[in-house]
Design a protein. Sequence first.
Length: 122
Amino acid sequence: MNLPQIKEKEFSLETIATKGSNKLTVKMKGEINLQDPFPVLEPFFIAVHKSACADNFVMVNVDLKQLKFISSSGIKVIINWIKMMCEENAYKIHFICDLGNTWQKLSVSVLKSLAVDKISYE
């Protein structure tokens, strides 16, 4: 299994498969403040989606605890990923947040509203 990774100066995204649990974890760290994040982020989330579907993962955890900031354009990429997941009625997404971080709490609650039965957060 070839899992997607991104390591940039200001941020990184790492995908980890947990053996035996049928879950993928995406760890997002740093600050994603690119003017146009689509060329960098969209291929990553498409690869996560393809991996989750191909290997029949039932859950993708997205760990945001070390993500200090993501631009609205970066959030749009995540929205596109959620739409892909919903169109194929694939896995569920669980966001792990720092709920003391206002932008995370607000953004993730809005993301949950896109697919109430498929998205959860803590």
